[in-house]
Design a protein around this ligand. Structure first.
Ligand code: S3P
Length: 179
């Protein structure tokens, strides 16, 4: 039985915020793979990219999913925006449980992240253009891995949480749903 909800989507779509609130609503634990990696190396994602390189970080994302697969309790997991791009990761994500794609437009993403410096891939001269490019490269992978696509441009965080909560409840796939 699937007991995990995995949130995928582009940087800034709200995976971490939604994930942590959804886990509270479902009365289960929450894992953010970026935080997991930061804790493991006692370094920020930006420093990992700077000091160890992006390919090292990508390997850690896969290792993290393998670790998380070993934890059998029900949980909500949010993964980095680049995780579903790698085929091996998509297999692991499907094994983990129900994958929800929080789909946001490049415009909304840009508005949300424009003043945030924590994402190394967007520290470029023209972040708007970079978002559009990365999004066009990644969209197909998000859709490929998703069990459910939720367009979120016009939704507030609590509405996103509620939509996923209701969907999970319909499916009765979580054991500890709290009302
Ligand atoms: C990345 C997304 C980030 C983080 C890293 C790389 C990406 O996570 O994993 O900066 O490649 O899209 P968020 O999607 O949580 O911002």
């Amino acid at each position: 039985m699937d007991k995990q909800i995995i949130l995928v989507g582009f940087m800034g779509c709200g995976k971490s915020t939604v994930g942590s609130q959804l886990a509270q609503r479902l009365n289960c634990s929450f894992i953010d793979t970026d935080v997991y990696i930061e804790d493991k190396f006692k370094m920020s994602i930006s420093d990992i990219f700077k000091e160890k390189g992006e390919s090292f970080f990508r390997k850690q994302e896969t290792a993290c999913l393998e670790d998380v697969l070993e934890i059998s309790e029900s949980k909500v997991i949010s993964v980095g925006g680049g995780t579903p791009v790698i085929a091996e990761n998509r297999i692991l994500l499907k094994k983990l449980g129900i994958v929800v794609y929080l789909k946001a437009s490049p415009k909304v993403i840009y508005e949300r992240i424009k003043n945030n410096q924590s994402r190394p891939l967007l520290q470029v001269e023209n972040p708007k253009e970079r978002i559009q490019l990365l999004m066009s490269e990644r969209e197909a992978y998000y859709e490929m891995v998703a069990d459910w696509i939720l367009p979120i441009d016009s939704l507030k965080v609590n509405e996103v949480v509620e939509r996923i909560f209701q969907k999970v409840k319909e499916k009765k796939r979580f054991e500890n749903i709290s009302d």
